[in-house]
Design a protein around this ligand. Structure first.
Ligand SMILES: Cc1ncc(COP(=O)(O)O)c(C=O)c1O
Length: 389
């Protein structure tokens, strides 16, 4: 439509949202989602806490708050981030409306029209669309088994183009489940210094490791203030609360705060107070361990079913955490077309093209989520997918 701004005219509604519409209709086993298992939501506790907040501190909870966030929640999250060396002395910290808003604010405050932003290919559609909406030029860089292909990055991109920002999900990447090695994290920081660009590290899944050794975040290795860190309570507590956060160099975050004022003034105070009370009233580390255990079991079950039922030649990642497996069918199959057949048979997934910079190009990849389905649904759904394949 001619009245739509150029900035957003090329952005397509997410295929994932379209799938959700189909899912609402029936009895479909969905491997398309990206949310935590609702069985893990501490709903009873939160119901009591919310009632207490509204009863005793209603005036505070229902009024305007400050843009940077509700202080007690900030302090609680900062405490956790300090334990992981994620915050440095030169940093500032804000609460945002989901991790998604950090990406949007970073794009809004840093990226000029036609600035070049390097993204992993595949990547998270919400991140890609944020940059698209500010008319950034997205430059795709492949993801290997140990994360971003740094040789490609340097030889094919950095030596040729001046880039502003690199967006990465280094830990249990969405959609691939892949984790960037420590060596690559260090080398990426060196490249950022050598070629003078910023890194947006998006880490909503980092705490959901169920196997292997923790790897320090890129932010914790950064001594020069080049990394903007996006975190979220969505995958470890509740996505509906919309609590994200950002730690970044003071100068950068200052502008992001002004941009947040323009976007939504502040993240709802009631949600922030509730998140704070939850973090203080429960053993949150134990809660996360419960999630790690559950997702580890579900992931192992899905992989075992795939090993058993999928035709030979199909390749897939074996994540050590997070909630996604990335499947490469190897054959010349467009997974967008495959999805139509799968939905008719009662199974949904995310077609690979949705996660790529070039969304029009047919892709033989697909993303499977294992956090939301039951063990029975996982077996049944994988069997059906295997039959279709
Ligand atoms: C990689 C990544 N970043 C950010 C988000 C946004 O999450 P939220 O805004 O709920 O924190 C998601 C959600 O799926 C994601 O997968």
């Amino acid at each position: 439509m001619e009245k739509i701004a150029n900035r957003v005219s090329t952005i397509k509604g997410s295929a994932i949202r379209e799938i959700f519409k189909v899912l609402a209709n029936g009895n479909i086993i969905s491997f398309a989602g990206g949310a935590p298992d609702p069985a893990l939501f501490p709903a009873d506790l939160m119901s009591d806490l919310a009632a207490g907040i509204l009863k005793n501190e209603g005036a505070l909870a229902l009024s305007y708050g400050i843009t940077e966030g509700y202080n007690p929640l900030k302090e609680e999250i900062i405490k956790r981030l300090k334990r992981q060396n994620i915050i440095s002395e030169n940093d500032n910290f804000i609460i945002t409306t989901g991790g998604q808003q950090v990406i949007d604010l970073a794009a809004k405050s840093l990226v000029n029209e036609f600035d070049k932003v390097v993204v992993e290919d595949p990547s998270f559609i919400g991140g890609l669309n944020s940059f698209r909406s500010y008319n950034a030029i997205l430059i795709p860089a492949p993801v290997l088994d140990d994360g971003l292909d740094l040789d490609y990055l340097e030889e094919k991109i950095l030596k040729k183009e001046k880039i502003k920002l690199l967006y990465t999900i280094p830990t249990f990447q969405n959609p691939s489940g892949i984790t960037m090695s420590l060596e690559k994290r260090k080398n990426l920081l060196d490249l950022a210094e050598k070629y003078d660009f910023l890194i947006l590290e998006d880490n909503p899944y980092g705490e959901l490791r169920f196997m292997g050794e923790d790897i320090p975040t890129i932010k914790s290795l950064d001594k020069l203030g080049r990394v903007i860190y996006a975190g979220s309570l969505s995958k470890v507590l509740s996505p509906g609360l919309r609590i994200g956060f950002c730690a970044a160099d003071k100068n950068i975050l200052e502008k992001m705060i002004v941009c947040k004022q323009v976007s939504d003034v502040h993240t709802p105070v009631l949600n922030q107070m509730l998140a704070h009370r939850v973090l203080c009233s429960m053993d949150f580390d134990k809660h996360i361990q419960k999630a790690q255990k559950l997702y580890g079991e579900k992931c192992a079950h899905m992989l075992a079913c795939m090993d058993k039922y999928f035709p030979q030649g199909v390749k897939y990642t074996r994540p050590e955490g997070g909630i996604f497996i990335w499947v490469d069918l190897k054959k010349d199959i467009d997974t967008k077309e495959l999805l139509k057949v799968a939905v008719e048979r009662g199974v949904a997934f995310v077609p690979g093209a949705t996660c790529m910079v070039d969304i029009e190009k047919p892709s033989n990849k697909l993303r499977l989520n294992y956090s939301l389905s039951t063990f029975e649904q996982i077996e049944k759904g994988i069997k059906i997918l295997a039959e279709i394949l």
